[in-house]
Ligand binder design. Sequence first.
Ligand code: MN
Length: 286
Amino acid sequence: MARVLRLPDHGKLIVCTDLQGCLRDFHRVVEIFDEQMAKTGDAHLLFTGDLIHGPHLEESEWPEFLGEYYRDASGEVIDELAVMMKRHPGRVHALVGNHEHGHIGGPHTAKFAADEVAVLEHLLGPERAERMREVLRDFALVAVAPCGAVFTHGAPAATIESIRDIEEARLDGFEVGSPIDILDTPVIGPILWARSAEPDAAAAFVKALGGTFCIYGHDVIPEGFEIIGDEQIVVSTSFGVFDANKVYVALDLAAHYASVHDLRVGVEILPLYPDVTAPGASRAHG
Ligand SMILES: [Mn+2]
C-alpha cells in the first residue's frame, strides 16, 4: 500500500479525527460527507486514525473525562468504513493511528484493556479479524494536499528530509516493542505516538512535505480543537469530548492555506453537532 495519500486540488475534504469505536459519530461524519457529495459531487472524507478501540463500559461506570457516553463498536466502524470505501472509490480515506498499528505490526495498545488488539480480534473472531486487518493494511501513514494541508495521526514531530522518508517507512515488525520503544523509532514513532511537536519541528515537517500546516488528533482537546504556532491544529471530532464540543474540519481542496491561521471557525472548523450547545446536554440525565 502507499504510505502517502495524495489528495487532489479540487473538491471539499471532510476531516475526522479519533473515533475510538464510536459508531454514532462515524454515522454523523458519513452524513456530512454524503451531504457534500449530494451538493457538489466532489467530496473526500479522511479519517486520521484511531477509528478503533473504545471503552466497554456501562453508562454508570463512565467517567466524566471520557466525554460523551458511547459503547465501543470498533468492528462495525471498520465494516462500514469498508462499505463506504467501495461505494465511493478513491474518495474515502484513512490514516493509521497507533491503535490500528497494533493490528498490523505495531505494539499492542493498552488504553482500555491490557491488550486491546487481542480483545478486539477475539470479539471479532478469526475471519472477521482478518477482514479488518486487510482494511487497516491499506491505510496511509500521512496525507498531503495541494491546498497546503498535511495530515498525520499524532503530532508532526518526526524528523524527515523529504516525502521519501514517509514513503519508505515500514509499519511491520514492531509487535514486541512497547509504546515507549516505538516513540524512539524514527519517522513512524513520532507520527503515530507524539502528543506535541515543537513549532520548529512542525514547520520543518510540513515544509519537507510541501505543505504549510498539519491537522492531527491522537490527543483529546476537550474544547474541540487547539491551534499551536503557525503550523499545527489538534482536532477532536469524537473521542473524549462532549457532543457540544466535537469538531470536524472541512477544507476547500482548491484553495491555498498559507498557515493554520487561515482556518476559520464556522467555515473550515465546524461543530459535529451544531444543534447541541451545552456540554452533556444530549445525555438523558444531563
Ligand atoms: Mn492515538
